[in-house]
Design a protein around this ligand. Structure first.
Ligand code: NAP
Ligand code: MG
Length: 475
């Protein structure tokens, strides 16, 4: 046995400050709400105090966004808007290391992921949408698409900076102004993005960032001055928002939960599939709406695949998110850890066979060892409910028809994966899977040019790509 030498990234790079303020009408100001303390989930230490909005701040922000839309941003030629958006994209890239370390501190995700996925993809979203700003009339959405006005946006904690980019970039490109509420446990990178917005010299009020808890989100989506609501989060909250917005004429997109099937056929290259399965469920501690959380394996290769999977998962290193050798970081909050623990207990109680990696776990902080359940049946909670953690449920099938039936047997429909050597089978399956994204012989690939979104209880509307523009335009 040999050990890896520690390879920690320095936390000084994050430029962490003791307190952060909200961003309203171009200024950083103290909010009227009770300040919140954001915690490093890997150590349970308080990172910073963050001011939060109250309802009068939400009102001020929406009015500032309205003024900015009417006087400047909504009238500006697309080619001019594009220059600002390009500037934001470049500044994110320039501050990439700082943003990555800050994201890992606040969220608990491994630095390898924040550095190689979250931050570059956030920058890419601004680059991509900057390119659209002066070409909206050629997007195939009608000859003269118009901005909607003020967008109220609420995002979750699993990809804090990236979700902010997914929301803000298309809104700005289409000529809308924005009021965004980051998640309560991960507000910091959104506030650095606000700094970037300020330094990029965007007119005051075009982007407003208001930290706070769910009540601030509810206030924002219910505000009469908002023309468009964009929400990413849980299906339960999505339903509440849909009720709030019903009958108001506000345009709505919902990106909600998932319980994706990752389907492995007996002709798949198994070693490659194992890598895809690991990436599908252990990337970002499984805090991924499109995670491949239900593995469907063809019965004839199930034992072989499971043995390979256990061997591979045993090598995953769980621990300090800032260490460059860490594969699985911290669970984002005590609350989420409790939710994962209780669903795993339900799996055991319902008779599934639990295997948990023997990896050592840090003594402090919120951690959960990678876990694989075999012998899972479709009725079990761990096959139906989103666990949102590093826990995989394995089911088997015999025929392609059975694979399709089982894969689609879910109230969700965000993503799916197919592993097979046959191109014709990929196309046959993709045609039948009720999922917004279907990956073939890969998993969890993200690109700003590709639309992303769900069926059924995974929500509606698309983000990214040409299709994603429609959510921010009156066509
Ligand atoms: P959540 O509880 O729904 O929270 C999402 C956001 O909504 C947070 O900012 C939250 O504030 C806010 N919020 C809570 N109650 C609200 C209300 N009544 N009105 C308006 N806003 C409210 O979800 P989460 O636990 O943070 O995130 C995990 C979920 O997000 C998972 O189900 C996951 O699948 C889903 N997700 C989906 C996608 C996608 O693209 N489809 C992407 C990522 C995550 P607080 O921070 O104070 O709770
Ligand atoms: Mg935090």
């Amino acid at each position: 046995m040999w050990e890896y030498a520690p390879a920690p990234e320095s936390r000084d790079i994050a430029n962490l400050r003791p307190s952060y303020r909200m961003f309203l009408d171009g200024e950083f100001v103290e909010g009227g709400g009770e300040p919140l303390k954001t915690v490093n989930p890997a150590t349970e230490e308080v990172l910073a105090e963050v001011s939060t909005a109250n309802s009068s701040d939400v009102d001020k922000a929406v009015k500032a966004a309205r003024r900015a839309h009417e006087r400047v941003w909504g009238r500006m030629p697309g080619a001019e808007r594009a220059k600002y958006i390009f500037r934001i994209a470049r500044m994110i890239a320039e501050r990439a290391r700082e943003l990555a370390v800050l994201e890992s501190l606040d969220n608990g995700k491994p630095i390898r992921e924040s550095r190689d996925v979250d931050v570059p993809t956030a920058s890419a979203h601004f680059f991509y949408h900057a390119g659209w700003a002066d070409k909206l009339g050629y997007a195939g959405l009608g000859p003269d698409p118009r901005p909607l006005g003020v967008a109220g946006q609420v995002i979750p904690w699993n990809f804090p900076l990236l979700m902010a980019a997914w929301k803000i970039a298309p809104a700005l490109a289409c000529g809308n102004t924005v009021v965004l509420k980051p998640a309560e446990t991960t507000p910091l990178t959104a506030l650095v993005l606000a700094e970037i917005v300020q330094q990029a010299d965007l007119p005051p009020g075009v982007v407003n960032i208001l930290p706070g808890a769910g009540d601030v989100g509810a206030e924002l989506v219910g505000h009469a001055g908002v023309d468009k609501v964009a929400f990413t989060g849980s299906t339960d909250v999505g339903k509440i928002i849909q009720r709030t917005v019903a009958g108001t004429g506000k345009k709505l997109t919902l990106e909600l939960g998932g319980k994706a099937a990752n389907v492995v056929f007996d002709d798949a290259p198994l070693d490659q599939a194992v890598e895809g399965i690991v990436n599908g469920i252990f990337f970002n501690q499984g805090h991924v709406c499109c995670a491949g959380s239900r593995l469907l394996v063809q019965e004839s290769v199930a034992d072989e695949l499971l043995a390979k999977l256990h061997a591979r998962v045993s090598t995953l290193r769980v621990g300090d998110p800032l260490d460059k050798n860490t594969d699985v970081g911290a669970i984002n909050s005590r609350e989420q850890l409790d939710k994962i623990t209780s669903l795993v207990e339900s799996g055991e109680a319902e008779g599934a066979q639990r295997w948990t990696s023997p990896c050592p776990l840090p003594e402090k902080g919120f951690f959960f060892a990678p876990t694989v359940f075999a012998g899972v049946s479709q009725a079990m909670r761990i096959a139906r409910e989103e666990i949102f953690g590093p826990v995989l449920s394995v089911l088997t099938f015999r025929t392609p028809d059975e694979a399709v039936a089982k894969a689609n047997n879910t109230p969700y429909g965000l993503s799916a994966g197919i592993w097979t050597d046959k191109g014709s089978r990929i196309l046959w399956m993709a045609d039948r899977l009720r999922a917004g994204v279907v990956w073939a012989n890969t998993f969890n690939r993200f690109d700003p040019t590709a639309p992303f979104g769900g069926y059924q209880e995974s929500g509606f509307g698309r983000e990214g790509g040409r299709a994603g523009l429609e959510a921010y335009l009156d066509v």
